[in-house]
Design a protein around this ligand. Structure first.
Ligand SMILES: [Zn+2]
Length: 162
């Protein structure tokens, strides 16, 4: 999973820093925390954006782009949460509040991602289904391949009938 790859890279970076300058670690944790908090502060706006976007019926591509941004943000949050947890296990309790806030905002972010995914699903064109068995119909088929029901009426302008 991409999140854990990113997390592993973050841990690697952190470990290297530890070897070099242990003093910088505190500052680094603050930076990561602050960055994550900045991202989190947009959570409210984001929720509003999601609702607005669904009304405005923007393109699926745009929503997918937005979704990938959220997922990126989620990765950052995960890395920062992991880092803050790691520091707290080492006895650094100065970031407890940041950790809690970041956790809450990540929860919200996860909901936003789910909501956005649902919006995308709503907009995506759905393939027609058989009115009888509700199974997905093959493109251009006249009969349902599951229950055999005729799903396209024979008509005067039916090309297959010509
Ligand atoms: Zn059917």
């Amino acid at each position: 999973m991409e999140v854990f790859k990113r997390f592993a890279e973050t841990v690697k970076d952190i470990t290297r820093d530890l070897g070099e300058k242990a003093k910088d670690i505190g500052e680094k944790a603050r930076d990561i925390g602050e960055k994550a908090l900045d991202l989190g502060e947009r959570a409210g706006d984001r929720a509003r954006d999601v609702a607005k976007k669904s009304v405005e019926f923007v393109g699926v591509q745009k929503l997918k782009l937005e979704l990938s941004r959220y997922e990126k943000e989620m990765e950052n949050n995960m890395a920062a949460l992991g880092y803050l947890y790691y520091k707290s296990r080492q006895g650094d309790v100065s970031q407890q509040q940041e950790m809690e806030e970041l956790y809450q905002r990540t929860l919200q972010l996860e909901q936003d991602i789910r909501q956005l995914e649902e919006e995308i699903q709503k907009i995506l064109p759905r393939p027609p289904v058989c009115p009888q068995c509700q199974k997905e119909l093959p493109p251009g088929g006249r009969f349902c391949s599951y229950c055999g029901r005729q799903v396209v009426e024979d008509g005067p302008d039916d090309p297959a009938g010509a």
